[in-house]
Design a protein around this ligand. Structure first.
Ligand SMILES: [Zn+2]
Length: 204
C-alpha cells in the first residue's frame, strides 16, 4: 500500500498565511501555435506545499541542501495519531509514545483535515521539540505548513535544526492510520538552498 502524503502543487493550493507572494505561479511560455510545442515554467517559494527545511533555514551558517543525507530521508517512519490534540503538541502529548533513537516521527493532527489555511494550526511546541532532540530522532514531520507558530525566537526550529534533525512540513495524513511505514522523502536536488519541495510517500 502506497500513501502519497504530498500536497499537489498548483496556483490555488493552500499557502502559509495565504500570503500572495507565497502563491504558486505557472505560466505557459511556449505555444503550439507559435513554437510548435508546449512548455511552461513555475515560480514558487521553496517552503511551498510538502517540503523539508535544512538547518540553514533557521541556523546562521547551518547546513544547506549540499549536505543532504538521503539515508535520513529514506527508511522507517512512525506515524502517530494526535488528532485529539488541541492547539499544540507538548511533551505531555508525546512522552508515552514509542519514540526511539533514529526514528523519523510524523505527527498526524487535525491539520490534515483543514481545507484552507488555519492560522491556529496545531504545532510542535518547544517542550516536545526538546524531548525529540533528547531522543535523537532523525526527522520530525507534521501536517502543517509550519512546524511551529507563536513561539518567540522559533525554539522548535532552533532545537531541531540545531541538532541536524530534518523537518518535514506540509504532509497530508488524513488517510494514513497510525503505524510504522517506510518513508521515501525525495527533495529536488537544488544547490545552496535552505529548503526543498519533496515528493513524500509512505509504504506499508
Ligand atoms: Zn519550511
Amino acid at each position: 500500500m502506497i500513501y502519497d502524503i504530498t500536497m499537489t502543487i498548483h496556483p490555488e493550493m493552500m499557502v502559509y498565511k495565504n500570503k500572495e507572494e507565497k502563491k504558486v505561479k505557472i505560466k505557459q511560455v511556449n505555444f503550439f501555435e507559435k513554437e510548435g510545442h508546449y512548455e511552461s515554467e513555475i515560480n514558487f517559494n521553496l517552503h511551498t506545499g510538502t517540503h523539508i527545511d535544512y538547518p540553514l533555514h533557521m541556523i546562521k551558517d547551518g547546513d544547506n541542501s549540499n549536505k543532504e543525507n538521503l539515508n535520513a530521508l529514506i527508511g522507517p517512519a512512525k506515524v502517530f495519531d494526535l488528532v485529539h490534540v488541541n492547539d499544540k503538541i507538548t511533551y505531555e502529548d508525546i512522552k508515552a509514545l514509542n519514540i526511539e533513537k533514529d526514528d523519523f516521527v510524523i505527527f498526524k493532527t487535525k491539520n490534515s483535515f483543514d481545507k484552507e489555511f488555519n492560522i491556529n494550526f496545531i504545532f510542535v511546541e518547544e517542550s516536545a521539540a526538546s524531548y525529540l532532540v533528547k531522543k535523537q530522532v532523525r526527522g520530525v514531520g507534521i501536517d502543517a505548513l509550519g512546524i511551529e507558530r507563536s513561539q518567540v525566537g522559533y525554539p522548535t526550529h532552533q532545537l531541531l535544526l540545531g541538532n541536524n534533525i530534518i523537518i518535514l512540513e506540509g504532509a497530508i495524513l488524513s488517510d494514513v492510520p497510525e503505524d510504522t511505514y517506510t518513508l521515501y522523502c525525495l527533495p529536488l536536488k537544488i544547490k545552496n538552498v535552505e529548503a526543498s519541495p519533496v515528493r513524500a510517500i509512505l509504504i506499508k
